[in-house]
Design a protein around this ligand. Sequence first.
Ligand SMILES: Cc1ncc(COP(=O)(O)O)c(C=O)c1O
Length: 454
Amino acid sequence: MTGSWASSVDAHLDWVPGGGRRGLAEAVRKAIRDGRWRAGVVVPSTRALAHDLGVARGTVTRVYADLAAEGYLVTSQGAPTRVADGGGELLVEPARIPVVGAPRWTLEPGRPDPSLFPREQWLAATKRVVQRAPHEVFDYGDPAGSAVLRETLAVYLGRSRGVRADPRRIVVCAGFTHAITVLGRVLVDLGLSSMAFEDPSYARFRDLAAGAGQRVVGVPVDGDGVRVSELDSPAVVVTPAHHFPLGVTLAPARRTALVRSGAVVVEDDYDGEFRFDRQRVGALQALAPEQVVYAGTASKTLAPSLRLAWLVLPGRLVEPVVAAVESSGARPPTVDQLVLAELISSGAYDRHVRRSRVEYRSRRDRLVAALPAGLPVSGISAGLHLVVPLSLDAEASLASVAGRHSLRVEALSPLWMDQERRRGGVVVGYGASSKAAFAGALEALLAVLRELTG
Ligand SMILES: Cc1ncc(COP(=O)(O)O)c(C=O)c1O
């Protein structure tokens, strides 16, 4: 049977035309689980199966990639795709529990499109890493992170973001979420127990810093970014390339003033790879590597579920941060760290970021073109989100109106600490939805805005 494919496809696959990608994937899973597609058997080529079923070849390619990711199929470059060992019997079923009440459309900020995840490249890199890795890779590993990844990041961050990165000063952590907790704790231990955040900013990080023992205060943001002259804390967390949520870029004079302020600056470069209009804004860290903690993450470029992020630290913070990461017990798996290093050094990561940038830019353009003319939309030059202003009254109805249109979006005003300064609006994350769902999500948003603004 190996290598063969009976012509009556329907007899082998319980497949109903019109079931789409999901239907086809389920039919192949079932064929494997039932033992009709046995372990080790070469599956039909994407071209042959697409022809027999009368579907686009791309549909079959995606289904095979999905099933390879789930462990049903084994793909490798230059070799035919086969059914994985175990014939499906030992494989984990994908979760099928429907999420009750989940909105149909999402424009939630801070999320990349999960359907853009480079599955094939990640799989191929994982295979190369696991095949080549010395046995030590499966040991506990260096608490600072894989040396291979740190060396790769040092080169990558210098090239792509202008960061002055020495691999010995890089620490890998489980997302910025983990980083801010660790930094909050380390700075308290060093006697720096007040941490300023931009006002507005992402509330979750403020809460985590407070949980780590920091007294959290706000510094206002205007069209030039954070108002450095009002900073009065020994540490400050900023998003200089593309402020979250307002989207402004920190002005050159403020950049200089900030690094001269004497405060430890945590530079959250969460979406620095996605700059659309202007010259790329390099990292602040390059101005003062002994003052600035640079923080990057794979959550926007690849996927938040990886929990992969990195810090480039001033020399004096390296040891305490590594110790705090170790005692936190959280660390991304070494294999994943090596896979990321492999993706970066093979060029696949750059290609993926470039492709994603083109996609997000086109969504941004569609969104801006579709919004009512004259709306002072902000934050459009970079990143995965923009802000549509609303009155506070209109914003108060946002949750209920968006709920009726089955749309997930975020309100702007709750992100302020200072209640007096609050402004209303919608933070629209145009990365979050899949490519196929974006048009529907956009329609839903326009309907919501029409209702809210009359
Ligand atoms: C402002 C900001 N910084 C950083 C991050 C990344 O956090 P993490 O690396 O924990 O996913 C996010 C994610 O939503 C964010 O909104």
